[in-house]
Design a protein around this ligand. Structure first.
Ligand code: ZN
Length: 182
């Protein structure tokens, strides 16, 4: 049995970003800068959300999409590979590029400044959660059409649904199909 990853503020912020998109809400995409600012203030992470502006929304949606792929990846190896891809995009570092005269030079890894600290913070939180509890704890809700990502923090680590509501919906659907057959 793997350890339960601690619910640190940065992890809650990552979940807030991920859950801003949900097919069962109207509108499905409720990501706004105002909501992220509020979440940052609430979680004591105002310094990583405070600099975000409306202009960052497209990049934040991309980040959300990238992080979602970590949860939806088919197996642990794919989850780690996907997480590393996002980490490489968002964390500070340098890359080698070819200058116009053909020589090689160091260049900062491309990331837009305002989204940078936020992206590094939330992606880093998922990396720490993966190390603490293993990637088997990353999953997407088994209740159609939900597919919301969840990080399993139950002791047994056998969560299949994102929330109680989906759990109940799935149980009711299974009950209906059982009684229909009999
Ligand atoms: Zn669900």
């Amino acid at each position: 049995m793997s350890a339960v990853p601690p619910l640190e503020p940065a992890l809650r912020l990552a979940v807030a970003l991920l859950h801003s998109y949900w097919v069962l809400q109207d509108p499905v995409d409720q990501l706004t800068i105002t909501r992220l600012h509020a979440a940052g203030r609430e979680l004591g992470l105002a310094e990583v959300t405070g600099t975000l502006t409306e202009a960052d929304l497209p990049r934040l949606r991309e980040l959300r999409e990238g992080l979602y792929r970590v949860f939806a990846a088919p197996d642990p190896a794919a989850r780690i590979a996907t997480l590393n891809e996002v980490l490489a995009e968002v964390s500070d570092g340098t890359a080698v590029e070819t200058a116009p005269d053909g020589t090689l030079r160091l260049t900062p890894l491309p990331h837009a400044c305002p989204v940078g600290p936020f992206a590094a913070e939330v992606t880093g939180a998922l990396a720490r959660a993966a190390v603490a509890g293993g990637t088997d704890r990353f999953g997407v809700c088994a209740a159609d059409p939900c597919r919301a990502p969840y990080l399993d923090r139950t002791r047994a680590g056998r969560q299949r649904f994102c929330c109680e509501l989906c759990n109940n919906r799935a149980a009711a659907a299974a009950y209906r199909s059982r009684t229909r057959r009999s």
